[in-house]
Design a protein around this ligand. Structure first.
Ligand code: ZN
Length: 309
């Protein structure tokens, strides 16, 4: 069935330029695709990731200039976690102070050091110091040395009312295994190099989420290809009574969507074809890319999008 893990995470942001600045300059991720929301072409869809834009490293945003702030609640993704080499966590602690990024003191979670911080929209992010990730090459920027760079996702934590129904989807349909428990957290682990962790935090339903800037829209999981995706969709229906949407062509992957029992929107996205389908690997993210069905409207679309400099 291919690698088990997160393919990408998609969130809502405030102004596009502020979002671009934070993720590419402060965090040092690469803008690997600049396109529009295919369902709402007046809005950017910005994709950040590692140098090659591999599944397991991709965080995407729909930025809106006037997005109202969201509020975290039950039935939502609580935190998106990236991993860095163990020796880099001091560099990042210092960098959060230097760049004025709101952050918390280092804590231990499942034996690993965690640095929690917020993006400019207040979205909850964290870096985990993970042993062995320095084997993957990092992307250097003018002020982030390659050996300290973010390598990709560690995982996400999901805030839900009760763990068991969501756990059943993670294990039976998506291929994760329960590997650890700590306080109110249950950890599920896949086998992908990046994005292999999903932590469930069951809290009982006390706070309704409000979607808006700084909230996660959905979490996408990996399927090797269409056949693997179709198999997961069948299992979802046969074993859990959940019907996924029809497959949608997202140009860089093909996707189905469903709400898992804890009300979080999940996607299953194919690894293929990837971000190099319409741009050379060296040029990823430079030009505004549109899917064929929007290309004839390019002039109108470009005139409505904010300038990213
Ligand atoms: Zn998606």
């Amino acid at each position: 069935m291919g690698a088990i893990g997160i393919h990408h995470v998609t969130a809502i942001a405030g102004p596009a330029l502020r979002n671009l600045d934070f993720y590419t300059r402060t965090l040092g991720l690469r803008l690997v695709k600049k396109t529009v929301n295919f369902d709402d072409p007046g809005t950017y869809h910005l994709y950040y990731g590692d140098e090659a834009g591999q599944p397991g490293t991709i965080l995407t945003f729909f930025p809106w200039d006037h997005a109202a702030p969201g509020r975290l609640g039950v039935g939502e993704t609580q935190e998106i976690v990236f991993c860095v080499p163990e020796a880099a966590i001091g560099f990042w602690s210092h960098r959060m102070i230097e760049k004025g990024v709101p952050h918390e003191p280092l804590i231990k979670r499942f034996g690993e050091t965690v640095l929690a911080f917020r993006d400019p929209d207040g979205m909850r992010l964290a870096l985990v110091a993970r042993s062995g990730v320095d084997a993957a090459s990092g992307r250097s920027t003018p002020d982030i040395p390659a050996d300290h760079a973010i390598r990709g996702f560690h995982g996400v934590s999901l805030l839900i009312e009760e763990a068991q129904p969501t756990a059943a989807i993670l294990t039976d349909v998506l291929g994760f295994r329960e590997t650890a428990r700590e306080n109110s957290l249950i950890r599920f682990t896949g086998d992908a190099a990046f994005g292999r962790i999903v932590d469930l935090r069951a809290v009982g339903g006390f706070l309704k989420p409000r979607f808006g800037a700084g909230t996660v829209h959905h979490v996408a999981f990996r399927a090797a290809d269409d056949a693997a995706q179709a198999k997961m969709v069948r299992k979802l229906a046969d074993n859990h009574g959940i019907t996924a949407t029809e497959q949608k062509d997202r140009n860089y992957f093909r996707s189905v969507y469903f709400h898992e029992p804890g009300h979080i929107l999940f996607e299953i996205a194919t690894d293929a074809p990837g971000f190099a389908i319409d741009e050379a690997p060296a040029e990823l993210g430079q030009a505004l890319k549109l899917p064929p069905f929007l290309e004839e409207r390019r002039a109108e679309i470009e005139s409505r999008l904010p300038d990213l400099g």
